[in-house]
Design a protein around this ligand. Sequence first.
Ligand SMILES: Cc1ncc(COP(=O)(O)O)c(C=O)c1O
Length: 449
Amino acid sequence: MSVTKSAETQPALKRERQLKMYRRALKVLPGGTDSNFRAWGEHTVYVDRGKGGRVWDLDGNEFVDLRLGYGPVILGHADDRVDEAVHEAVRKGVSFSLTSEQEVRTGELIQELTGWVEMARMTVSGTEATMHAIRIARAYTGRDKIIKFEGQYHGMHDYALISVLPYDVSELGDRDNPVRLAWGRGIPEAVAETVIPAPYNDLDLLRRIFEREGDNIAAVLIEPVLGNAQGIMPQPHFLPGVRELTREFGAVLIFDEVKTGFRFARGGAAEYFGIKPDLATYAKAMGNGYPAAAFGGTREVMSVLPENVSHGGTYAGNRVAAAAAVATLSILKDTDALETIGRTGEAMQRAIGEILNRRGIAHVFTGHPSMFGIMFAEELPTDYRGWAATDHELYDAVALGMHPRGAMPEPDSREPWFVCEAHSSSDVEQAVEAFESSLNAALELRARA
Ligand SMILES: Cc1ncc(COP(=O)(O)O)c(C=O)c1O
């Protein structure tokens, strides 16, 4: 992440309290925070509060929030409808390790919204959801290997941390024979060897992998779009091809819908692209920011539970998460929240497109209006390696420069902009103005260099 380097060229934000907090935090939290993704050195943001589509940091700086917690806040921060349901539920106690009515209702809502998930189980995080989906696929098929795609992030367990997000894509090795690139130390070689990385959108290579070792492949784990590379979309033939190949070779197809679920459509990316996988994982949008997650799938595949596969958790289906999931999923099901979000995202894209067209800057939009990327490139990349060929340094500088101008996208070109129901037209206006002014500053700086 180029936060430190680019920040020197940007107007200043008030940072006094946050710097103080950073120094205090460094004494107890590695990097001064609880996740490597938000360890931005001296620029680490310490949050005070959020409401609707806005967020305030400890120094009182106010931003239109385009990160939305990496996607979960689909309705808006501190949504009264969801918060009231949670508050009412927690007054009755929170931890029983017994099953509540809200958990059953969550399962029913997942079934109703997706139309294909017959059985589901709740987890606390997307990481746990993908970890269990992999285990179920292995148990169901009696095979060990998992195919995953370069540039896809599926959470923090060992099986998912292969060929995720290098800045230098040459580390991924030869495109036709990619290396298993472990993200950081501590991942046993024996675990890494069970994962086969493949470039996204390359059906021929996928077929070659299946022909080579199809008998050992338990599952293809795929986020239907490259959510962590600005939402690069599948080419029209790709997902149907993956579905056919997994059927032909008897492997389970797992859609990781942690980002796309209940966002791309009520039934997630499966509905949006018209593909029915065997298993899917959900998190983020299902709880509007509360830690609700789930995996689910066909009765046939899920029936390895409960006797033959381990899944459990003290907090699985916890009261807070289940109440939040019932409230959030009910709103997404019964209102036009998703349509509103789609229109807001389109309005933002239109305005930004006009700004870039006026300046003759080559660009493409990736993803879905509710979760979209802006790439400075002539052509739409089709895989993670293609992202590297875009002018992502310019994007990073623009995104970071938006912060002191009152809008906060992730300062890393791989993360899309997220849109929530609460984003108003004045939020859109402010975000677009911040984009334009930051773009002007970045271009001026580049011209001077
Ligand atoms: C596609 C995808 N899968 C899984 C995860 C992991 O979810 P969590 O952070 O809740 O563990 C993420 C998180 O960003 C994600 O984007």
